[in-house]
Structures are given as C-alpha cells and as structure tokens.
Design a protein around this ligand. Sequence first.
Ligand SMILES: *Cc1c(COP(=O)(O)O)cnc(C)c1O
Ligand code: SF4
Length: 345
Amino acid sequence: MTVAIKSVDALRNAGLVDDDPALDAVAQKYAVGITPAMLALIDPDDPDDPIARQFVPTAPELLTTPDERADPIGDLSHSPVEGIVHRYPDRVLLKAVHVCPVYCRFCFRREMVGPQGLGTLTPAELDAAIGYIAAHEEIWEVILTGGDPLVLSPRRLRAITERLALIPHVKIVRFHTRVPVVEPERIDADMIAALKASGKTTYLAVHANHPRELTEAATAAFDRMIEAGVMLISQTVLLRGVNDSVETLAALMRGFVENRIRPYYLHHPDLAPGTAHFRLGIEEGQALVSALRGRISGLCQPVYVLDIPGGHGKAPINAANVRGGDGCFTVRDWQGGEHPYPPTD
Ligand SMILES: *Cc1c(COP(=O)(O)O)cnc(C)c1O
Ligand code: SF4
C-alpha cells in the first residue's frame, strides 16, 4: 500500500512534479495532500489527468487575480462564535476542524485549511458553538463541514453528535465530506455509528468531481452508510480541465444515481486565491447544465449554484427556461424549442 503524500518533495519522489521551485512557494501558501486512493487513480503519463489536476500543485496558483479573495463566500461576516457560520435562519455550519485528507487545489477555504490553518476547535470553543446551537431554537439543521469533519476520530465525532442529539429543535445533522471517496477505508462501523445522532436524521453530502473517483472501494463505503440509514447527496465543483464537458458531467451524475446518491449541487467555482485556471464563465456552466437536461434522467440533474461573494448565500444560476409575464410566457424545451404558455392553439 502506498502512503499519503504531504509535501512537494514526496510528489517529486513519486515522479508527479518536476524541480520547478515555484511549487515550493505554492506549498508554503497552500497545504498539499493526496491519499493513496487518489494516487492510485492518477495516470502519471497523462499531463492532463483530471485527478492529478485536482490535487497536484501547479505554478499558476501563485497568481492571484484582482477579483479573488481570501474569504470568497464571506463565512467570516456570519460567524457569531468561533466554528459557527449562521447565514440562513434554519441552519448553521459547524466547522470543528480545518484539516482535510486531501488538499484540493481549487478549495474555496484554502486560506483557512491545512496544518497551518485555523486548526481544531478547543473544548471551550466547541462548548460555545454547541451552546449557540442549543440557544437558537430556529436552528433545524446542523451542517458539519470544515475542513473535513470525517478526519476526526469516530470517538471525537461521536462526542459532537451525542451532544447534538440532546438538542430537541435540531432535527437534521448533515456532513459535507470528501472522505468516502478519497479515504473510503475510514468509513467503518465505528465511523458510521458516530455519524448518527440518536433520534435525528443524518444526511451526508459526498464531494466528488470526476466519475473515476467513484471506485469500487468508494461504492462499498456508500453501501455501508446507506445500509445504516444515512441519506446520501452529492456535491461537485465545476472545474476547467476536470469535469467541464457534458460527457464527464453526465457520467458523474449517473454514477452518483447508480450509487444511490441523489445529485444535489454543482458549484460554480468560487473566487478563491490562485484558482483562475480552474474557473469557467457562468455562460459556459449554464450551457453544460442545460445540455444535461433531457439528455439524461431527471434523477441525474444537479442544481447549478453560485455562492455570492460577500456572504449573501447560494443562488441557483441555471439558465432561465421561461420568459415573459402578465400571464403570458414563453417556455424553452430541452432541445431549445420555444413554446407559448398558455398555448395559443
Ligand atoms: C452552503 C451553506 C449552507 C447550506 O446550504 P443549503 O442550500 O441548505 O445546502 C448553510 N450555511 C452556509 C453558511 C452555507 O455556506
Ligand atoms: S476537502 Fe473540501 S475543504 Fe478540504 S481542501 Fe478539498 S474542497 Fe477544501
């Protein structure tokens, strides 16, 4: 079994990068990490490998464009206590840890995650965060994210879910994680037990960006969770050079559905520093998403969303299929044909 890569030198030893000193500068700014499961998927002979592109650092990460920002989705403006982001009335993010099993080169929280990132909540900070949730009866859902919450040991994770289980107004506990895909062996019986807060419904959003990530080992991890009663949904970041084609997106969304994962969000890439080489235009994204409609099953349709910079939340940005007003509309079908509604014939 290969071991995880955590440095540029280890990448050089593995023959995945050259001697370019710019890469050392990149690694100084943004953490590097690739798990054995993801290393095994990389084809070292393919310079455009979509898995390598997500995890192997490159020199363009040193270029920051004027519209990029350290906190691209405005988490900090909605953080009442350390570790909590409360942007919408009925749900909060609980960020207990800022470590990940892999470090994605396009990460929207890249300035906060990693060994030099914001770290893990102290016991006192965790108490205050849970106290905040308990004190706010409008909080119906708690979303554990980070970093990646599943890097915590099952024991530490269980300590959190057991406390959430005691809060009557919290009904849903949701995890956002890359672990089932990038480190599927972590999803064992102890981990699954820790995900489940007694008396609550558990949802888990699987982050995957390319159909090759849905390996046999990942599938087995999904199965174990589903059989234990965890509801699975997907989240994908639309990325140039990784999944910016109709064929790739269709294969990925079908892969989710075949694995009993309901496609949920396709994220337009955020304005994170040094990620311009991953970004597409919104029109390009809309054209890709429109092409999925009709071509593949309705079960396979994600919602295309933009997290509005400045902390204004997510907005669906699918191309509009309806125009008009005053009771008189034009509706576009999946092949581009336009039809009046109500019909005129
Ligand atoms: C994305 C996000 C959520 C979850 O939004 P949903 O649309 O419910 O998936 C909640 N809070 C914050 C701060 C977020 O950024
Ligand atoms: S796993 Fe998530 S939080 Fe961690 S680096 Fe990747 S995108 Fe960022």
